[in-house]
Write a new protein. Sequence first.
Length: 301
Amino acid sequence: MKKSSEKWRTCLNRESVAGVVFTLPFILGFLLFMLVPMGISLYYSFCDYNILSPPVFTGFKNYTNMFHDETFFKAIGVTFYYALVSVPLRLIFALMVAMILLKTTKASGFYRAAYYLPSIIGGSVAVSILWKRMFAIDGVVNKLLSVFGLEEGISWLGNTKTAIWTLIILAVWQFGSSMLVFLSSLKQIPSTLYEAARVDGANSVTQFFKVTLPLLTPTIFFNLVMQMINGFLAFTQCYIITQGKPMNSTLFYTVYMYQQSFEYYNTGYGAALAWVMLAIVGLITLFLFATKRFWVYEGGV
């Protein structure tokens, strides 16, 4: 009995050591590249710091200066507009494509990969440059409009009303990840529920709103939270395509934060902007979780 207990302890010790060894790279990476930089950033947010000289502690000066910064409020407004418009459109489009691809055919694998591809490459610099050229005055979009006899030479990126929509369309185009999550959830819905609905005389529209949509609400909630966070943290598209122009009508919060930190050398203020963004994203996430019980069905199938 004593030998067996000693073997058990030895086995547990070996498993503990193995667990520590395998998790150590993640722990070290989290500490060195996440926790420590966050702590340094928090300290800089209370300092007058420009990278070139040592930080000087100024208390809450950076945070109070935001209340007098018109560009700060402009960037928040643009970011909210972008996220609140692009995320619902992306989820609606992703759900539509997922329902189309639900029927398995020989080409299903190809179509799923093709629709998912924009999510992988959509945030790249190359795609952003290509998108910028497409919507240029002499770009593909205007060329296509001229073929159909529509107005030619529209300055999509130079108009304050249309520039933000070029970025929104790019965001909606990257619907692949949400589409795959929806597709996986759609396959989990028992076919017996649809059979019962058809017996009761429900048509396709009624089945969607009474069966499919309620059972998809947990998945919709997950996609909504993840895509909303990504929407508020969008950077590459704005920085490459518009740089916030014209007249700051496309100035994303992250781009303004980058400009303050590395272009205007106001790094302390940029760090404060980063922590305000963290608070905004946290509050939005808390709001979504607080409203979850009113519309997310978690009763099972």
